[in-house]
Design a protein around this ligand. Structure first.
Ligand code: APR
Ligand code: ZN
Ligand code: ZN
Length: 361
């Protein structure tokens, strides 16, 4: 029987989001119906609302979520009703050229639900990142459900579904940071702070947080930065070099997505260091720099999509570390809010007042 539930949609470009009735089909083959318990508010949700990702309105927003499996369709064996799961947007296919080459984090054919969630008049909704989780119940591909220890609070677990995983993974999977490394993180919002945590987890010796907002530098220290730089007041490249014996950092993680901060990352690394771009640029942005500078340095320039994570490998590992007190994920939850508070949460996010607002259902 179709479920009638509340959900947050972006009806048209630039309009405030609204809570409305959403119809969710019963799970078909390979699908799972999940009762959402918590869902974080991410920049990507705002980008959908503003038309920065596509024009397939209306969108069902929300994608950083945890909940309990309520029902599964035919053929589903990976989860059963009652399982506590984190939703992911990387249910890998196992068959595309990336998967076959043993690099499933680049999977080109990730699974989503086949059936559509709709408005009451039958209008088909486009779920954000193939999830759609600012809603009481959502329909996903079973592979989008990763079972984790139910002892983790849902508002904490859900964060691993997107932004926090992106930052942690940029450090532990993409770079990857190893014991003794010097690491600089440019941009200390939720993603950058997660990168700092990841660097600490991986055993980095020096962790430098760079931001223009003193509130964010304070947080960066709480997450494990050994040094911070206010790049409005101090040249970050020079200061990173000073803090790393004149050489630059072994790894610099750019967690903003801007050309000028990317160049800071590029010039702030050691000659054979690694730059990881995890911040998401906009289509109009251009990079201008002498090509010779690129030739003149070794090392690696990498991009990190979703922290190069594999949900089945990474989520249970990270939730276990959280439960052991080794990964303070709860520090990312700035506030918990109700379903009708997503619009004000976007404003707080834009003003830089929160790391994460999390909707509790
Ligand atoms: N120099 C240094 N820091 C800056 C600059 C700058 N020029 N511009 C912005 N910042 C800082 C902000 O002060 C803020 O602390 O970058 C941080 C960005 O953090 P958030 O806005 O909270 O964004 P976050 O959720 O961390 O995501 C960062 O990663 O996944 C992507 O889409 C996401 O592009 C975004 C990025
Ligand atoms: Zn694949
Ligand atoms: Zn996100």
């Amino acid at each position: 029987m179709t479920s009638r539930v509340r959900g947050v949609i972006a009806r048209s470009k630039g309009e405030p989001v609204e809570v409305t009735t959403v119809l969710v089909p019963d799970p078909g083959p390979g699908e799972a119906l999940v009762a959402v318990q918590a869902c974080g508010v991410c920049h990507t949700d705002l980008h959908y609302r503003e038309g920065g990702i596509g024009d397939d309105y209306p969108y069902l927003l929300g994608h950083e979520a945890a909940g309990v499996v309520e029902a599964v369709g035919d053929g589903v064996t990976s989860v059963i009703p009652g399982d506590f799961v984190i939703l992911n947007w990387r249910a890998v296919c196992g068959e595309c050229r990336a998967c076959r080459r043993g690099r499933p984090w680049y999977c080109f054919a990730t699974h989503n639900a086949q059936q559509k969630m709709t408005l009451e008049d039958g209008t088909v909704l486009s779920p954000a990142l193939g999830i759609g989780a600012f809603v009481d119940k959502t329909l996903v591909a079973a592979g989008q459900c990763t079972k984790v220890d139910p002892a983790v609070p849902p508002e904490v677990a859900g964060l691993l579904g997107c932004g926090v995983m992106a930052g942690l993974g940029a450090a532990i999977n993409t770079a990857p940071v190893t014991r003794g490394d010097s690491v600089a993180v440019i941009g200390c919002g939720g993603v950058g702070d997660a990168a700092i945590l990841g660097a600490r987890l991986a055993g980095a010796r020096t962790i430098i947080g760079v931001d223009i907002d003193p509130r964010k530098l304070e947080l960066a220290q709480q997450f494990g930065a050994t040094h911070v730089i206010n790049s409005r007041e101090t040249d970050p490249v020079e200061r990173i070099q000073e803090l790393t014996g004149g050489n630059g950092a072994d790894v610099v993680i750019e967690a903003i997505g801007r050309p000028e901060t990317y160049l800071q990352a590029f010039y702030g690394r050691d000659l054979a260091g690694t730059v990881v771009l995890v911040g998401v640029p906009t289509p109009d942005m251009r990079l201008e720099a002498p090509l010779l500078d690129f030739f003149g340095r070794g090392g690696a320039l990498k991009s990190s999509w979703y922290g190069d994570c594999l949900p089945e490998r990474d989520f249970p590992m990270l939730t276990d570390l959280y439960l052991q007190g080794r990964l303070p994920l709860d520090k990312f939850v700035s506030e918990t809010i109700a379903l009708d508070q997503v619009e004000p949460a976007f404003a707080k996010m834009e003003r830089g007042e929160v790391l994460r607002s999390v909707v509790k259902l």
